[in-house]
Ligand binder design. Structure first.
Ligand SMILES: *[C@@H]1O[C@H](CO)[C@@H](O)[C@H](O)[C@H]1NC(C)=O
Ligand SMILES: CC(=O)N[C@H]1CO[C@H](CO)[C@@H](O)[C@@H]1O
Length: 178
């Protein structure tokens, strides 16, 4: 119990260290809004190499399921050795609705910056010693619907210091299991 409390306090601290004004969370977020099928439209990062072909964050999200304990099971495809491999990560909820943490190449902080019936903007931060990697993703219920999120997506990437030419449109090179 004590350890759990400490952990929670630790997480709270990590979030306080992050500049919250830079990463707003969708007001009134509820996890049911993001469950179901998704298609990845755009990826952007402060480190271009992680989202180019073969990069660790060149991932195509296909769905989100809500687990009994309130965490999210996020499924995606990732190319490995020329093949598209289906994988998942469990995003663990925090005290703030719309903010999660998960383990992938270290600890990641995930924020649902915007959620509508058509698209969602997800902000990921990978914290390593003295270094923060930021990845911003745009997903749509369909690729067409997702493109409706382009304007708010561009505003958020710019707020995160990501240049417009570091945004890639991946809507045409999806992995689909083959
Ligand atoms: C997450 O979903 C995948 C299927 O997409 C499933 O194989 C996996 O067992 C699920 N994980 C959890 C923790 O529910
Ligand atoms: C791709 C990338 O930069 N991953 C880093 C995420 O953070 C961990 C440490 O928590 C690093 O080891 C990874 O290299």
């Amino acid at each position: 119990m004590k350890r759990l409390l400490l952990l929670t306090v630790g997480l709270g601290l990590a979030w306080t260290l992050q500049d919250q004004s830079e990463v707003p969370v969708q007001p009134g977020f509820s996890p049911e809004q993001v469950t179901g099928q998704w298609s990845t439209v755009n990826l952007a990062s402060t480190d271009w190499s992680v989202i180019e072909e073969g990069g660790a964050y060149r991932c195509f999200m296909t769905g989100i399921a809500l687990l009994d304990n309130g965490n999210l099971n996020v499924t995606y495809f990732h190319r490995q050795g020329g093949k598209c491999v289906k994988e998942f990560y469990v995003a663990e909820k925090t005290g703030i609705p719309g903010r999660y943490t998960f383990e992938y190449q270290g600890k990641n902080y995930l924020t649902f910056v915007a959620v509508t019936e058509e698209f969602t903007i997800m902000d990921l931060e990978n914290h390593s010693e003295g270094n923060t990697l930021i990845v911003v993703e745009l997903h749509g219920r369909t690729l067409y619907a997702g493109k409706r999120g382009l304007e708010p997506y561009k505003r958020h990437t710019s707020r995160r210091g990501i240049a417009p030419d570091s945004i890639v449109d991946v809507s045409l090179n999806h992995c689909n299991g083959s």
